[in-house]
Design a protein around this ligand. Structure first.
Ligand SMILES: [Zn+2]
Length: 119
């Protein structure tokens, strides 16, 4: 199943696990894993490094005012960012984070302020 839209089968061998329509539209999904801290959530792993997240999406995350959606294909304490070209389309969270969407957005914004090479 396409990692971006979860609606169409992925093209065999497509490097980002996408269907034909999402690949042609330049849409990507970047997965991040989070862990609870004493004050909220923190990214512990991700398909983008802190530096890459910063370069690609720090501004988009600051300007994101939408509501993250809850998606059952995301497991545990994970979320993903759906990006079309340079634009952040959606933030999706696992059912385990459904009650902590504000903390997910805060963790992503904090992560995007870092410029390290690894989480
Ligand atoms: Zn798709």
């Amino acid at each position: 199943m396409c990692r971006v839209c979860q609606r169409r089968p992925e093209v065999p061998g497509e490097p980002h696990g996408r269907c034909d329509a999402c690949a042609r539209a330049g849409r990507r999904a970047y997965l991040f894993r989070l862990r609870p801290t004493s004050i909220g959530l923190q990214i512990v792993a991700g398909e983008l490094s802190p530096r890459a997240l910063h370069q690609a999406l720090v501004g988009e995350l600051e300007q994101f005012h939408g509501e993250p959606s809850t998606r059952p294909h995301l497991l545990g304490t994970s979320c993903d960012l759906v990006v079309a070209g340079k634009r952040l389309e959606t933030i999706r969270v696992s059912p385990g984070l459904a009650s902590r969407k504000d903390q997910v957005v805060a963790a992503l914004r904090a992560g995007a302020l870092r410029t390290d090479a690894a989480w």
